[in-house]
Design a protein around this ligand. Structure first.
Ligand SMILES: [Zn+2]
Length: 226
């Protein structure tokens, strides 16, 4: 009896190891453009009187640096949004090593699925909290994200660069933020689900800069999470 029970457990494991992934989806609802980004002008009050005055500080240059200006981004429906620089970077889910599908070319996981994956699929489990990867401003929070299902986009200022993170397929009714809201690194945005074009509960994370071109969010995060 004991042996038979053990066999049943062993043979049932592969059925649970479903590869959760998603299919083709649309671009961001707003189109980041080069001319939508404007950096604040340098502070006119900062002026170095002479080289002689600067010399004593030559080997401690950080002492004269002002706080970095926010990036002012134009967002459809929100207008001008000031995005303050963020230093802390965190994973969007617990157990980020559990992933189904990485970024880039892949075998289509279903008929109609894309052969190029423009995000990273995390499998932390259905209902797991999804968190913002850095401080930022929520520029999209919708339950009608098409193929992306329940979707949140957050804009971040990382070292003076405008970076957007997009969190897809979350559960209906789980949105914890609204458009225009400022969020902190690690703040909950929603819960892992399978809304939109998805074959099972997972987080599909897309990341892109002002050109809208998606890049490998897992590699980017791996290099920056402390
Ligand atoms: Zn995906």
């Amino acid at each position: 009896m004991t042996f038979a029970g053990g066999m049943m457990i062993a043979t049932s494991v592969p059925a649970l190891a479903v590869t959760a992934t998603d299919v083709e989806h649309r671009a961001s609802v707003y189109a980041p453009a080069e001319d939508s980004l404007s950096l604040a002008a340098p502070q006119p009050g900062i002026h170095v009187a002479s080289e002689a005055e600067l010399a004593p500080h030559a080997d401690e240059g950080y002492a004269v640096e002002a706080a970095p200006p926010p990036i002012v981004s134009q967002v459809a429906g929100l207008g001008s949004v000031a995005v303050i620089e963020s230093d802390l970077i965190v994973w969007p889910v617990i157990n980020p090593e559990n992933r189904a599908s990485g970024f880039g070319p892949r075998e289509a996981p279903c008929s109609g699925c894309s052969t190029y994956h423009d995000g990273v699929d995390f499998n932390p489990g259905n209902g797991t909290p999804v968190m913002s990867i850095a401080d930022g401003v929520v520029v999209l929070a919708t339950e009608n994200g098409g193929g992306l299902g329940v979707n949140v986009e957050v804009q971040h200022n990382i070292g003076g660069e405008l970076i957007t993170s997009s969190y897809a397929h979350m559960q209906y009714g789980s949105l914890a933020v609204t458009e225009g809201q400022h969020v902190s690194a690690g703040q909950q945005l929603g819960l892992v689900g399978s809304t939109g074009q998805s074959t099972g509960p997972h987080l599909h994370l897309e990341m892109f800069g002002v050109d809208g071109v998606r890049f490998d969010g897992f590699a980017w995060l791996s290099a920056r999470v402390g």
